[in-house]
Design a protein around this ligand. Structure first.
Ligand SMILES: *Cc1c(COP(=O)(O)O)cnc(C)c1O
Length: 378
């Protein structure tokens, strides 16, 4: 059974609590348009992992409004969530349990092996010409995908099933191993392997309507005019790996709940990792690692409050952390920005990623289900 579930939205009674992730859907639209202007291919909006924590359904709608023609997800259940919300665009899912295929016949599924293909071909579909599949070729990532030496057999078997009306090969695809770097050497090699794979598929009698390889960064660095789609994930959310003018879509905010003076020599938070060197004012921010604030970021992290950066002091707890307000007259209720687009001097998700030794993708995906998402348009 599929449990199609969205994140808790503002709780019954309209309570949103003290923290929220504010998602600017116009930034998502602008980012889609930036890619559409820059690249020849159509955009598949990758909204996996609840759109990197931004909320799959609102982001998918915004992306489609801005011209994305496909949606991409990792898990099959994510595809069904989009369908249940009324999204009609074609959706590709690349991770599914073959035992659940009968629930997925309205979704394009990725197929890497003959065994998977046989399983798909045996499953009844809503489409008269069978399940819609995208054959995946491993061109170097060495994760999913057909090994090159099994590709001819896979494409021939697919052509056989197509002739029987059991599947339609709608796509041929692969995924870049160095898609996040501006170095296009490996990507170019992978593109060449994919081209060879497409040629072999044609020879087997397949006529896929879409060939796709590039992710966000690859879409910019790789000259692949003969592919049809680029799969844009990070770029949708404004993770701007190549500096092409994308806009971060999410702002994470909270509110000070308590303010107090501590004396020089007094420790703050668990274990007293921080000990005040002078008398100072400390403020409590009610959001913690259960909400996605990375615990390891302490000693580097800061937040914006009253227009100034206040360092996070002492250990970040599950539900809260403390900042050093020095001698500023901060009051309970004062807004705190953990990250945003940086335009007001607040940190960015990239800053948090640097502080935590990770990538902004993980910061966004880590924002917990206790944090309500609120959508705005600018
Ligand atoms: C996540 C993912 C993408 C999107 O990559 P970005 O770098 O976030 O644009 C594309 N294709 C596949 C297979 C993915 O898993």
């Amino acid at each position: 059974m599929y449990l199609v579930q969205s994140r808790p939205r503002p709780v019954p009674g309209g309570i949103t609590g003290l923290s929220e992730a504010v998602v600017d859907l116009s930034a998502v639209r602008d980012n889609v348009r930036t890619f559409r202007r820059r690249v020849a291919q159509d955009v598949m909006a990758v909204v996996k992992a609840d759109a990197f924590g931004h909320g799959a359904v609102p982001v998918a709608r915004a992306a489609v409004e801005a011209g994305a023609t496909w949606l991409g997800v990792a898990h099959a259940a994510e595809a069904l969530q989009l369908r249940a919300a009324g999204l009609r665009a074609p959706i590709l899912a690349w991770l599914y349990d073959p035992a659940e295929l009968m629930l997925l016949s309205d979704i394009d599924v990725s197929v890497s092996t003959v065994a998977e293909l046989q399983r798909v071909a045996r499953t009844p579909s809503v489409h008269s010409a069978g399940f819609w599949v995208h054959l995946k070729l491993d061109t170097g990532l060495h994760r999913a995908g057909s090994a090159p030496d099994q590709w001819i057999e896979l494409t021939r078997t697919a052509a056989h099933y197509e002739a029987l009306g059991a599947v339609t090969v709608r796509g041929i695809w692969s995924h870049l191993s160095h898609g996040d770097s501006a170095d296009a050497m490996q990507s170019t090699r992978q593109l060449q392997l994919l081209r060879t794979g497409v040629g072999l598929a044609h020879r087997a009698g397949l006529r896929p309507s879409v060939v796709h390889l590039a992710n966000s960064a690859g879409a910019v660095t790789l000259d692949a005019q003969d592919t049809d789609l680029v799969r844009i994930g990070a770029g949708l959310y404004g993770i701007d790996e190549l500096g092409i003018g994308l806009r971060p879509a999410m702002r994470l905010v909270s509110k000070v709940t308590q303010v107090r003076r501590i004396r020089a020599g007094e420790g703050v938070s668990y274990g007293h990792d921080f000990v005040a060197e002078r008398d100072t004012t400390v403020a409590l921010v009610p959001i913690g690692y259960a909400d996605g604030v990375p615990r390891v970021a302490v000693r580097r992290a800061s937040v914006l409050c009253r227009g100034v950066r206040m360092p996070v002091i002492g250990r970040i707890a599950m539900d809260q952390f403390v900042v050093d307000a020095r001698d500023l007259a901060v009051e309970p209720g004062e807004p705190v920005t953990l990250f945003g687009d940086g335009s007001a001097g607040e940190p960015t998700a990239q800053d948090w990623a640097d502080w935590a030794g990770t990538i902004p993708h993980e910061i966004y995906c880590g924002i917990g289900s206790r944090v309500p998402r609120r959508y705005e348009e600018k």
